[in-house]
Write a protein that binds this ligand. Structure first.
Ligand SMILES: NC(=O)C1=CN([C@@H]2O[C@H](COP(=O)(O)OP(=O)(O)OC[C@H]3O[C@@H](n4cnc5c(N)ncnc54)[C@H](O)[C@@H]3O)[C@@H](O)[C@H]2O)[C@H](O)CC1
Ligand SMILES: [K+]
Length: 492
């Protein structure tokens, strides 16, 4: 069964919110499913729900409200902390609803009051909702003692989402609740997919909480929360040194790629350009560092110089405006095997005859015509088969493919994401060059799949902002001008 990380789950949460499905609604579904699970375990008896101060606890407050309507079940809530310490609005709202269901929650700030808590020891079921995917670092008090006490009661324990203390992503952890059952929401969390977890989780059940499909299938603002951010104390070069190898046939393409890369936050963008376009691009913007190649087109003689430059850059973006010839294709195929991270776009595909199967991390950004040349046939027109051909190509060649279209398809050979930002005004020349620059900068500090999918999203949103002002008259430079508006809003 597909498992996801806690940050992927958080991204889905945010994407749901953007689509209009609130955390409150998801919490209500989560809590109701906990109550349902308790009810199917016991028809009568004493249930104690031990809640933390985050949304894991919020789920338990909802469950308690649902259980309170069953007279033969005595429901008690213990909050580890005070009401004023509850972290989220939706958890607080559900805490405050408890009193209207006749439930008086105990508020514990000192673990000693848990030591002699008779109701914990005599509970038929304890619901563990101290924390779920939000656990960070070593377990503090009184949560730490709460975990020990719950584990010592011998009561049947149902854990909400994740046994409290257990690491959701499969990293090491110091202590955890030992549950008899774990109800995890929406998708199996990566840490729960491991072999040896039964002693902590007990039986695992994946509970549907009504997440809308698009929140997971389409790239959204939530996905951008997974991007690594520039550190406050970062120094020059830490946010990405990008080398653009392009131009020759055109000078505009590599210049657009380079400016987009800078606008996305790269520290340094160097262009290696054939003679003739080098001077034009140098004059285009003082922000660009231009190194001249040997001739008016990329050629094999340039390879040693480029390989040397690659050593001092994080990502190579190659192809924009290069033109096509056997010599250019040969030079590219001599460069690619020595790259750590490379974005191949436009005329760069000529060098991909036999993709170098090495530890090179590669993102390809073809449009439909370029993709059909890569796979040797026209890509299927129906969405599902088109998606499968991108998945298959990416898996076989161990690359991330961003197939551009009305709906972009992004795959790393395992997962597939779709991007539907952007508009028909973006068919104007140069938008692909801008995308390659955005993806290149993100790739410097993020995994390829995140860089490609979020790059497509940012490029499209910037294009939508440009369309609002310029409609079908929008230019690629208008998109570049709006990149920071998108990244400031989405990545601050
Ligand atoms: N779409 C979904 O999957 C839904 C998930 N829900 C539930 O929400 C939690 C995640 O909630 P969050 O508020 O992000 O964090 P937690 O409640 O898991 O924990 C935060 C809570 O715990 C405290 N804390 C964190 N680390 C420590 C520590 N080392 N020591 C002590 N205390 C710690 C922190 O201070 C906070 O108070 C998810 O698991 C689901 O259960 C939604 O309710 C429904 C949708
Ligand atoms: K839990």
């Amino acid at each position: 069964m597909k498992s996801i990380t806690s940050s992927q789950m958080q991204a889905i949460d945010i994407n749901c919110e953007c689509l209009g499905l609130s955390r409150m609604q998801l919490m209500e579904n989560a809590g109701a499913s906990i109550a349902q699970a308790v009810r199917s375990s016991i028809s009568s008896g004493r249930v104690v729900l031990v809640a933390g101060r985050g949304n894991n606890g919020g789920d338990a407050f909802v469950a308690a409200r649902h259980l309170s309507s069953y007279e033969d079940i005595h429901t008690q809530v213990i909050l580890i902390g005070r009401r004023s310490m509850i972290k989220t609005e939706e958890a607080l709202k559900n805490f405050d609803l408890l009193k209207y269901s006749g439930i008086e929650a105990m508020q514990i700030t000192d673990s000693s009051s848990l030591e002699n808590c008779e109701s914990l020891r005599s509970a038929d079921i304890i619901v563990d909702a101290i924390f779920g995917t939000g656990v960070k670092g070593s377990i503090r008090e009184p949560e730490s003692t709460a975990i020990d006490i719950i584990n010592s009661t011998g009561s049947s324990v149902i854990s909400v989402d994740i046994p409290s203390g257990f690491d959701p992503d499969g990293n090491s952890f110091e202590k955890s609740i030992m549950a008899d059952k774990t109800l995890t929401f929406h998708r199996l969390k990566k840490g729960l997919a491991r072999e040896d977890v039964e002693r902590y989780t007990g039986a695992i059940e994946v509970i549907d909480i009504g997440v809308c499909r698009d929140a997971e299938v389409y790239v959204g603002s939530g996905n951008l929360t997974m991007l690594n951010r520039r550190q406050v104390d970062s120094h020059k070069g830490q946010s990405g040194r990008i080398l653009v190898v392009g131009g020759g046939e055109y000078f505009g393409a590599p210049a657009l790629t380079a400016m987009a890369s800078l606008r996305t936050g790269a520290d340094i963008v160097t262009l290696a350009l054939p003679r003739g376009v080098d001077d034009i691009v140098s004059a285009y913007s003082p922000n660009l560092i231009v190194r001249s190649l040997s001739d008016d087109r990329l050629c094999v003689e340039d390879v040693p110089v480029i390989l040397k430059m690659i050593q001092s850059h994080d990502v190579l973006v190659i192809g924009n405006g290069l033109g096509r010839s056997d010599e250019i294709g040969e030079a590219i195929s001599m460069i690619l095997p020595y790259c750590r991270k490379v974005v191949v776009d436009a005329d760069g595909f000529a060098g991909l005859k036999n993709i170098p199967v090495n530890d090179c991390d590669m993102i390809l950004t073809p449009h439909a015509g370029e993709f059909s040349r890569l796979i040797g046939k026209k890509p299927p027109s129906d969405p599902l088969h088109r998606l499968e051909s991108v998945l298959e190509y990416s898996r076989k060649n161990r690359v991330v493919t961003l197939l551009k279209g009305k709906v972009d398809i992004i795959s790393d050979g395992e997962d597939v994401l779709l991007n539907r930002t952007g508009n028909e005004g973006m068919t104007v020349g140069g938008t692909g060059d801008v995308l390659a620059g955005i993806v290149g900068t993100l790739f410097a500090v993020n995994p390829a799949m995140e860089a490609a999918s979020c790059g497509a999203f940012i490029n499209g949103v910037a294009g939508d902002l440009a369309f609002e002002e310029h409609s079908y008259g929008l230019l690629a430079t208008d998109i570049i001008d709006r990149i920071t508006e998108v990244t400031r809003k989405e990545m601050s």
